[in-house]
Design a protein around this ligand. Structure first.
Ligand code: UGA
Length: 430
């Protein structure tokens, strides 16, 4: 049956593009990947993977014969009807999505009655309609358009592809929408087939809701600190209510990454531009900013002034199992610490190369213990598994001070107390 699978093209070999390409290659589809970045294509053709994602290199290697990488659009157009668009839509300074890469793809399309763009990149509601208008005014109205938003999470992206909670397909009820539905059919996921604007909104609303859930539990954690309740117990008790659900109730130092901060402000702006003031999202954003800064106050509570104090950051990536530093809370934290006069050392098992591009004046160490050398305090920023395994007795001997601020409630409070540390987590009383 593999020979009957529809060949597809994927334009943009970043995070979403590569995972989508690998996922469909696993299902037996020929996948024609296109990227304007020749060095990335060279890398991929040499069998190297430009991003870190568990299982991705193995999946690409195992399905190599069905994956084609090129900077040329021609072969993709020749072999595939469906062209998945997975180019970046980074935030602009004002918080809008920068659609220049999407527009470049649209402009590169020829007039055709047998092709469709399938939008995976996260775009504002109405983008599909404006692309269709652009096609129409250029005599390319035979080109179909499908919105097929992506919900995968970094660190578990391939598993998310293989077992999606749902597949959302927004289209005009034409062959292209049906072809995308058929493409995903083997995954057996619940399908939401709808209009293009609604599909675009599902993506923004889902990310905004999850961000809201995180800001909510962060505020509950803050109240727990004032009232002596333990937010971990509270979240457990809340999460068992099926209407609430246990996921995304982990308090911390604020959400980061390439999606939540961008998509929350994009939805807020989209609403504002259409005349609706989305009140809740203002608070979600503000709480997230304040949450990063609370760490500074906790440090000051234990250390007094931070001038000349050495603070070690354990983990820098926006979450564990990724080298992604986009909108990582560690960036704000480090610069605030430096602003307070502290010396900052840091260790991340994977993100150091990315972090070095974005941080200045930070002393990077090769190991967690190395970062703790002579530190007055430690802040656990990213929930890497290896920090749980750290020899905290050895850590205590290397440090100048005894303060551990656990930004993720990741460490064993009892073990740290036994090793002589003053431990403070998030929302666990004081
Ligand atoms: C997020 C969504 O979860 C995906 O469904 C979506 O496809 C993706 O954005 C996207 O729009 O492309 P991702 O950014 O990879 O995925 O990361 P998440 O695992 O969702 O975490 C986002 C941030 O929230 C991280 O900083 C994480 O540490 C934080 N978080 C998450 C919490 O602070 N508490 C939680 O309980 C969960």
């Amino acid at each position: 049956s593999q020979s009957q699978r529809e060949p597809i093209a994927v334009i943009g070999t970043g995070y979403v593009g590569l995972v989508t390409a690998a996922g469909f290659a696993e299902l037996g589809n020929e996948v024609w990947c296109v990227d304007i970045d020749a060095s990335k294509i060279d890398l991929l053709n040499r069998g190297e993977i430009p991003i870190y994602e568990p299982g991705l290199a193995e999946s690409i290697a195992a399905n190599r014969e069905r994956l084609h990488f090129s900077t040329e659009l021609g072969p993709a157009l020749e072999h595939a009807r469906l062209l998945f668009v997975a180019v970046g839509t980074p935030p602009t300074y004002s918080g809008d999505a920068d659609l220049s890469a999407v527009h470049a793809v649209v402009d590169a399309m020829p007039a055709s009655d047998r092709h469709a763009l399938v939008m995976k990149s996260t775009v504002p509601v109405g983008t599909g309609d404006s692309i269709k208008r652009a096609f129409a005014t250029r005599g390319k109205d035979g080109f179909r358009y499908v919105s097929c938003p992506e919900f995968l999470k970094e660190g578990s992206a391939l598993a998310d592809f293989r077992h999606p909670d749902r597949v959302v397909v927004g289209d005009d009820g034409d062959w292209a929408g049906q072809a995308v539905v058929d493409l995903y059919a083997p995954l057996g996921a619940p399908l939401v087939r709808t209009d293009i604007r609604s599909a675009e909104m599902v993506k923004l609303a889902s990310n905004a809701f999850l961000a809201t859930k995180i800001s909510f539990i962060n505020e509950i954690a803050n109240v727990c600190e004032e009232t002596g309740a333990d937010v971990e117990e509270v979240a457990r008790g809340m999460g068992l209510d099926a209407r609430i659900g246990e996921k995304f109730l982990r308090p911390g130092i604020g959400y980061g990454g390439s999606c939540f901060p961008k998509d929350v402000s994009a939805l807020k702006l989209l609403a504002g531009n259409s005349g609706y003031h989305f009140q809740l999202l203002n608070a979600v954003i503000e709480v997230n900013e304040l949450q990063k800064r609370r760490v500074i106050r906790k440090l000051q509570k234990h250390l007094g002034t931070l001038v000349g104090k050495r603070v070690a950051l354990l983990g820098l990536a926006f979450k564990a199992n990724t080298d992604d530093m986009r909108e990582a809370s560690s960036l704000v934290l480090a610069s605030r610490l430096q602003g307070e006069g502290a010396l900052v050392s840091a260790y991340d098992p994977l993100a150091e190369t990315e972090a070095r591009k974005l941080m200045t004046g930070v002393d990077f160490a090769d190991s967690a213990l190395g970062a703790l050398e002579q530190a007055d305090a430690v802040v656990l920023v990213t929930e890497w598994a290896e920090f749980k395994e750290l020899d905290w007795k050895a850590a205590a001997e290397r440090m100048a001070g005894t303060v551990v601020i656990d930004g993720r409630n990741h460490l064993d409070a009892g073990e740290l107390a036994a090793a002589g540390f003053t431990y403070e987590g998030v929302g666990r009383g004081t």
